[in-house]
Design a protein around this ligand. Structure first.
Ligand code: GLN
Length: 568
């Protein structure tokens, strides 16, 4: 489209009440939508439900693209504290996002991009930028139609770009929050504009069971539904999360109350592992109900799904029946909240399952560790040590003490990002006689800045200044890392950090026996390190975050190596 045509189109839209911008080449009905929104309360596993459903649909041979919208005003998740919000997940393209995108990548075994994630902050930023450029041509910019229009545009844009059969939107928070009211309104408009046959709305609700009553209560769920109906949305399917299996009576109540036929009311009670969720949903044919509503059921490849599900069942069985028990320590400072290490926990789980083992995780709070003796105490009865990513001084010396203890006593060790940097510091201090070695992040005036910001990096702001996303690394043949990555010479892992190994110290570290088993392709940045196997059974660290790419049935190589080393 020529620019004057574009401007006149925008002008026309701006003067119309229905400002609903469509991306070029958009065709209504070409892509269908599934909307998943929660009520009653947050944290009931909306993301797990949504990714399980998406998995079943993908197994049928459809191309399904998830997108998560979060109501907070941050422009991405990069500046969020993992202690409050759970881990910051990083995509290949460097997007820092909600950890739910990690669930989608793992469950769907797919790679997502910035188009799969939206925050209120991004939406408003786009609108304010357009406003400054005069895009709205004199109109007052309003929640309806402009903000809702921007949301619909993002969904449609993902539809066109990805050529998906189905776009699945998960709305963060719960219906009734101030934060997402206009998102729910955008969805109401979407259903109106796309047509009922093209959108399936699923409400994930919660059925309470107060202990003193010992029976399930549907009232809070009903109130949630009330809210949804008042906002002009008739749900097509209602998923009732609950502790125990949802009773028929409750389902009937919900059905009558919401105009949703009984077979479209689904129960999803607490299960041993989230891996079982797709199987529980399949038993109730939720995938078929959704596809029927969207008029896509006839295109479902039944054999394909059956074959895929067979493999998945085998994996779930292997997970549940794993008979070897091991203990892996994670030593960090966000140890109070399991969610702050979600991907690492998953990566351990994937690797352990592949080895028929079940790993229990011991969190070690390193702010309390001040000496090797403390470290020895904390690491008693521990089979392996992981030092995860981290920022800042607090707890760092405790982590270094743990690494030192693991190196000396040959406890299998895996350092991730910050853990890699601290392993370099430990080695410099104790094997290279650089007693004062440190990172300039921890001691800006350190005499031996073995970890530092390289001059070519120009970092001023806090948001958006890190080395983010997927970068290639060149592996050194015949190293353990190289063997674990199946002898590939170039591999890719995701990054999220500012500091690097100082090139001036590389030679010295290597002379004293540290092996940098992987570097950036130009050899300037150190990416992997290890100790020779005759000195230590498994001492490996990486500047990257391999945990982000671990998948069920495809564990991340370094985690797999760590667990294998423990079992051997
Ligand atoms: N704080 C370190 C850095 O910025 C490590 C970051 C991390 O572990 N993700 O380089």
């Amino acid at each position: 489209m020529k620019s004057h045509q574009l401007i006149s189109r925008i002008a026309k839209q701006a003067t119309e009440e229905f400002y609903s911008p469509f991306p070029p080449n958009y065709k209504i009905g070409r892509t269908k939508y599934i909307i998943v929104a929660g009520s009653v309360m947050s944290g009931v596993g909306k993301g797990i439900f949504a990714s399980s459903l998406a998995k079943l649909i993908k197994y049928y041979g459809f191309k399904i693209e998830p997108i998560k919208i979060d109501g907070y005003l941050n422009q991405d998740a990069g500046t969020l504290n993992p202690f409050r919000h759970g881990e910051v997940f990083v995509l290949d393209d460097g997007t820092e996002c909600d950890m739910d995108l990690g669930s989608y990548e793992r469950f769907l075994n797919t790679t997502l991009t910035k188009d799969n994630y939206l925050t209120a902050g991004m939406i408003f930023k786009r609108i304010l930028e357009k406003e400054r450029k005069g895009h709205y041509l004199g109109r007052d910019v309003q929640f309806i139609p402009h903000v809702t229009g921007e949301i619909k545009f993002s969904l449609r844009n993902l539809a066109v770009k990805s050529k998906a059969d189905i776009v699945l939107l998960e709305v963060g928070g719960t219906v009734g929050d101030y934060e997402n009211a206009y998102i729910i309104e955008a969805i109401r408009e979407l259903i109106y504009e796309e047509g009922k046959q093209n959108v399936c709305f699923i409400n994930v609700s919660y059925i309470l069971e107060p202990q003193n009553l010992g029976e399930q209560k549907s009232k809070p769920a009903q109130l949630g539904l009330n809210r949804l109906l008042a906002l002009g949305i008739q749900p097509d399917i209602i998923v009732c999360r609950a502790h125990k299996p949802v009773t028929q009576r409750i389902k009937e109540k919900i059905s009558v109350y919401s105009n949703v036929p009984l077979r479209y009311v689904i129960g999803l009670h607490d299960i041993a592992t989230v891996y079982e969720a797709p199987l529980l949903l399949k038993k109730q044919h939720v995938d078929d109900l959704v596809l029927e509503k969207l008029n896509l059921l006839r295109k479902a490849k039944r054999l394909k799904q059956a074959t895929n599900l067979k493999k998945w069942r085998r994996f779930v069985k292997q997970y549940l029946n794993a008979n070897k028990r091991i203990t892996v320590a994670i030593a960090g400072k966000y140890t109070g909240l399991r969610d702050s290490y979600a991907s690492i926990l998953k990566a351990i789980e994937h690797a352990a399952t592949a080895c028929n083992a079940r790993a229990s995780v011991k969190f070690i709070e390193t702010t309390n560790i001040h000496s090797i003796k403390d470290a020895a105490n904390a690491l008693k009865n521990v089979d392996a040590l992981i030092i995860p990513g981290g920022f800042g001084k607090r707890g760092a010396e405790g982590k270094i003490a743990c690494i030192s203890y693991a190196r000396r006593t040959k406890i299998p060790f895996l350092g991730l990002c910050f853990g890699f940097q601290l392993a370099v510091i430990e080695f410099a201090r104790n094997k290279c006689h650089l007693k004062k070695a440190n990172s300039t992040e921890l001691d800006p005036k350190t005499k031996h800045p073995v970890i530092c910001i390289l001059p070519e990096q120009n970092l001023e702001k806090l948001g958006g200044t890190m080395r983010l996303g997927s970068y290639p690394a060149k592996l050194k043949p015949d190293t353990l890392v190289w063997r674990l990555y199946k002898k590939q010479t170039i591999i890719h892992e995701r990054h999220r950090h500012r500091y690097e190994v100082n090139p001036e110290y590389v030679q010295l570290l290597e002379n004293r026996g540290l092996i940098f088993s992987g570097t950036s392709p130009d050899s300037l940045l150190m990416e992997f390190l290890e100790l020779p196997q005759k000195e230590h059974p498994f001492f490996i660290a990486t500047q990257s975050h391999p945990e982000f790419k671990s998948r069920p049935m495809q564990p991340a190589p370094l985690f797999f190596g760590l667990i294998k080393a423990v079992l051997e």
